[in-house]
Design a protein around this ligand. Structure first.
Ligand code: PAF
Length: 280
């Protein structure tokens, strides 16, 4: 497995693979890889002849008060995980390689990005769409793999690929959880011991929510109330949003008709965590 830093090196390698008739899967990441990322790489390795993992903490998707500087990084560990999982290439560009000084083209989406995380992170999806579009052009994959934990991101990227005719299959992969239910996230490393315990309220609240839908709850408002109440019982948790939306359009729904996305974001101490379930 090679680690390269330039667009040119990725292009040359990927084009050589395509010329040999080999298929290529791309797993875009910001590094500090955990079991959630590994599940994406495993799936990509199973479904493609070669797998490129990008490791790039994308400055464009962080707001001015967000955690760009403190975002955890460990390329050595990431390299070992990718190698063991069977990836063929890591693309680890410096910010200047992705965004030269005169960079001035962006991808903005008029739908899907304004609600949920887009409300409190207004520039986030512009940064995500722009970097993912660049990665698609650079790595020219047949398939690209994204986790369902970032459900809005997954829906936004599917929409972008459709709008802009990328011709890449987007594969959404299930959320990977710790044994006690906490969704795996690189940001879990920010949590103190007490916060780590408190964070469990998110998956517990969603579990209660899912049970109530499975038992026939049809009102989105009642479902939101139930989940909010659960989370509010935890003193270290502060809700950013709890929403029930159509899984395709991400528009709020009143009545629970499948498929819906039930998504939450909450601060546990200073750490903002997200979690969700899709009811299909
Ligand atoms: O999900 C992430 O880690 C990032 O948003 C992504 C897709 C790698 C783009 O920077």
């Amino acid at each position: 497995m090679k680690i390269v830093e330039t667009v040119r090196e990725v292009r040359e390698q990927v084009r050589a693979w395509h010329q040999e008739g080999l298929s290529v899967g791309l797993v875009p990441t910001m590094g500090y890889l955990h079991e959630g990322h590994k599940s994406l790489i495993d799936r990509a390795v199973a479904e493609n002849d070669r797998v490129v993992v990008s490791v790039f903490v994308n400055p464009m998707q962080f707001g001015p008060t967000e955690d760009l500087e403190s975002y955890p990084r460990d390329l050595e560990r990431d390299g070992a995980l990718c190698q063991k999982a069977g990836a063929s290439l890591i693309f680890h560009p410096q910010p200047e390689e992705m965004y030269p000084e005169d960079f001035s083209s962006y991808i903005d989406m008029n739908t899907l990005t304004g609600g949920l995380c887009g409300k409190s992170r207004p520039i986030h999806f512009r940064g995500v769409c722009t970097v993912v579009a660049k990665l698609f052009h650079i790595a020219e994959p047949d398939r690209a793999y994204f986790g369902q934990k970032d459900a809005q991101q997954l829906a936004v990227i599917r929409h972008m690929v459709n709008d802009l005719s990328f011709g890449i299959e987007i594969v959404g992969c299930p959320i990977v959880r710790e044994e006690d239910g906490l969704a795996k996230s690189s940001r879990n490393t920010y949590l103190s011991q007490d916060e780590r315990k408190a964070a469990l309220i998110l998956s517990h609240a969603l579990k209660k929510g899912r049970e109530s839908v499975e038992n026939g709850e049809k009102s989105a408002k009642a479902l939101v109330e139930l989940i909010r109440k659960e989370i509010q019982a935890e003193p270290l948790a502060r809700i950013d949003y709890v929403e029930v939306v159509d899984w395709n359009t991400l528009e709020p729904v009143e009545e629970i008709q499948k498929p819906i996305l039930v998504a939450i974001a909450a601060y546990i101490g200073k750490t903002r965590l997200i979690d969700n379930f899709i009811y299909e």
